[in-house]
Design a protein around this ligand. Structure first.
Ligand code: GLY
Ligand code: MN
Ligand code: MN
Length: 455
């Protein structure tokens, strides 16, 4: 934790805006607990809850933030001599108070302080913290109470529209992510394993003091959407799909995918599909501006992909009908993207309450049903745009699933593209007054630029 980097004014402004939205009603936000890896004393690196981080900027295990009217108090366990021995010195309460602009009190004062207060809260994602939270508040947290819903909606309203401090963090994360992808392209060559490329990518982020924003996907089997194994050896004819994002020191996420040829040159069939996915991504980015419904950005990507697949002869028929029927989803089964912020899928701990505008529900149609975001875009919202093309055996080998295409899918033509298992192209975007600012534009993306970066 580096207190000197905190933007105290921005943190205070966020808390004041939240208190204003809550009409001064009390709210308790938990930082969360370190999670055991093998046994309690060996833990995963601690990552504080994003709601807590958003309002305090500090990652203090087991701490809590109590907002009560204009008062903001962090409750944190005082460092003992034993903590000092094993973990080293830590800033005292006075330094913490100055850096965050909050009052600081010992953690054991919290139960008496919240007793009878009827504070709103957001359920912690780790179980031990949830148990503590239930005890503190004296109520179950299985469903949000009306006051919790008001808190959730207030947090969502704040975190959907990024302030300058948040945008600076997202830019820092994008820089670390850019370095990671450039390193990955340079590290790829036939004969090395996926691990080697992953290590090069993580190294680039780590040497900037950054962690990973999520478990990296670095794979020659891009058709496995969330592939988290890294043992395959890269072969000359493979495409490598890397979905890797750095997390800024303040905890903000980058989330980028590039797909590149291990040999340094796309085959003609790989190049053809790559250009179709790129055109799809560009169509989606071109659709981004305030007031546009994100589902329509998804459909712009779907249309772009479908136009290209018809041109290649893989699909045939009317493009609008193909998209309306969801035929494109046989190759592009996921949503075109999601909110981005402190979380890689920002605020997904709140479920579709964050991603879907009130009154909107997920579609039941295959493909659209995986769309994580369906709000109207507003200036300063950050989203990803990440269409893809995948040949997933579980989809293309499923007669019931592919029946929607009828004779509009030409399997003989598709077979010529067997050297394309999965391609995804993903960038991080901030909605501007009249369009989109691509935070990750420095990462090579055209086929020619990718080949050059791999050389
Ligand atoms: N990295 C996960 C995603 O792109 O949504
Ligand atoms: Mn991603
Ligand atoms: Mn993403």
């Amino acid at each position: 934790m580096t207190l000197s980097n905190l933007n105290t004014d921005a943190l205070r402004a966020r808390r004041e805006r939240l208190a204003g939205k809550l009409g001064g009603a009390p709210a308790l936000l938990m930082a969360g607990a370190p999670r055991p890896r093998n046994y309690p004393a060996t833990t995963y690196p601690f990552r504080a809850s994003s709601h807590f981080l958003y309002l305090t900027g500090v990652a203090i295990p087991n701490a809590a933030l109590l907002l009560d009217g204009a008062e903001a108090t962090i409750f944190a366990a005082p460092h003992t001599a034993a903590d000092e021995l094993w973990d080293g010195p830590s800033p005292g309460p006075a330094a913490l108070a100055e850096a965050t602009g909050c009052a600081v009190e010992p953690l054991d004062a919290l139960p008496a302080r919240v007793a009878g207060l009827e504070a709103a809260t957001l359920p912690a994602v780790d179980l031990p913290t949830r148990v503590t939270q239930k005890k503190l508040l004296g109520r179950a947290l299985d469903a949000l109470a009306p006051r919790d819903e008001a808190l959730a909606d207030a947090m969502i309203a704040l975190r959907l529209v990024h302030d300058d401090a948040a945008l600076a963090e997202l830019r820092a994360a994008a820089e670390g992510t850019t370095a990671a992808h450039l390193a990955g392209m340079r590290a790829s060559r036939p004969g090395v394993r996926e691990h080697v490329v992953r290590a090069a990518m993580e190294h680039a982020a780590m040497e900037r003091g950054m962690a990973m924003a999520y478990t990296p996907i670095v794979t020659v089997h891009g058709e496995v959407l969330h592939n988290n194994v890294y043992h395959h050896e890269l072969a000359a004819g493979d495409l490598l799909l890397a979905d890797v994002g750095a997390e800024s020191e303040g905890g903000w996420a980058g989330d980028v995918t590039r797909t590149w040829p291990v040999s340094g040159a796309f085959s003609p069939t790989q190049r053809a599909i790559y250009d179709v996915v790129l055109a799809s991504q560009r169509a989606a980015i071109d659709a981004v501006r305030p007031g546009v419904r994100y589902r329509d950005v998804h459909l712009a990507a779907a249309r772009g992909l479908t136009v290209g697949l018809v041109e290649l002869g893989i699909l045939s028929g009317d493009v609008d009908e193909l998209v309306a029927d969801g035929v494109h989803a046989l190759f592009f089964p996921h949503g075109v993207g999601h909110l981005l912020g402190l979380d890689v899928h920002d605020m997904e701990d709140l479920g579709d309450r964050a991603g879907y505008a009130p009154g909107r529900r997920r579609s039941a149609q295959f493909g659209l049903s995986y769309l994580r975001l369906d709000r109207d875009l507003v200036e300063r919202m950050a989203v990803t745009i990440e269409p893809g093309f995948y040949q997933v055996p579980a989809i293309l080998g499923d007669e019931a699933r592919t029946a929607v295409a009828g004779d509009r899918l030409d399997r003989a033509t598709l077979a010529k593209f067997a050297d394309v298992r999965g391609i995804r192209i993903e960038d991080d975007i901030v909605v501007t007054a009249d369009g989109a600012d691509v935070l990750t534009a420095a990462i090579p993306k055209t086929a020619a630029a990718v080949e050059e970066a791999c050389a």
